[in-house]
Write a protein that binds this ligand. Structure first.
Ligand code: E4P
Length: 216
């Protein structure tokens, strides 16, 4: 699986990224706001620097009122490190145009804020690296988020390009497990969900018993 930590909280980077199970970090302007990080190119570059202490992939979202602004911001964001930074662009009409131009410049792109399986066709048409459906928010909007994710996975797999489905707006470990059982393998989730994933008292207890046994 490819797991990403969905946060701008640097203390969570230091706590969770050294576990080694995360491929990288993801953020967006709403997450920056929640974690009191300014949505500027400079502060994102600083944040990326913190993440790169432990990992090699940092996804941050572009912003702007139209394709031209989304492209310009995206180019600046990617400027720090074109190998390790993935620029997220919302799958709006303007976002799609910006994504196309960013790809032409060799920028790694994630098409985000997806609410329908059909948007996987846009992502594969463009040839972006990631397409991000919002599981929780689809469910909030009375859509069957699981079904949309399964369909996206089928579309992307059937087409066979390089696009991966990155499930976002994941609020519960069980939801992720259910999707993983059906073959989805790329997820981003908060530190809270990460701690849920790690929590298994019986494993901790078994490990303590092994330590006791070592002592004889
Ligand atoms: C997107 O990358 C995030 O996962 C999303 O903004 C968080 O989702 P939520 O606020 O709907 O839980």
């Amino acid at each position: 699986a490819r797991l990403f930590l969905d946060t701008a909280d640097v203390s969570a980077y230091d706590e969770l990224l050294p576990l080694g199970m995360f491929s990288g970090v993801t953020t967006n302007p709403a997450i920056l706001k929640k974690d009191n990080v300014k949505c500027t190119v400079d502060s994102l570059h600083q944040l990326a620097g913190q993440a790169f202490k432990h990992t090699d992939e940092f996804m941050c979202q572009s912003w702007g009122k139209d394709a031209s602004e989304l492209y310009d911001t995206g180019m600046k964001l990617a400027g720090l490190d074109k190998e390790k930074i993935v620029v997220k662009v919302p799958a709006t009409v303007e976002g799609i145009k910006a994504a196309k131009r960013l790809l032409e410049e060799g920028v790694r792109v994630c098409l985000t804020a997806c609410y329908s399986a059909k948007q996987a066709l846009i992502a594969t048409g463009l040839g972006v690296e990631y397409v991000a459906p919002y599981l929780g928010r689809m469910n909030d909007n009375r859509k069957d988020g699981f079904d949309q994710c399964y369909k996206m996975h089928e579309i992307v797999g059937g087409i066979g390009g390089k696009t991966r489905v990155l499930v976002a707006s994941l609020r519960d470990v069980v939801n992720m497990q259910v999707l993983a059982q059906k073959g989805l393998d790329t997820f981003t989730f908060s530190p809270r969900v990460a701690r849920q994933l790690l929590e298994e008292p019986l494993t901790e207890k078994a490990a303590e018993e092994f330590e006791e046994a070592v002592k004889g």
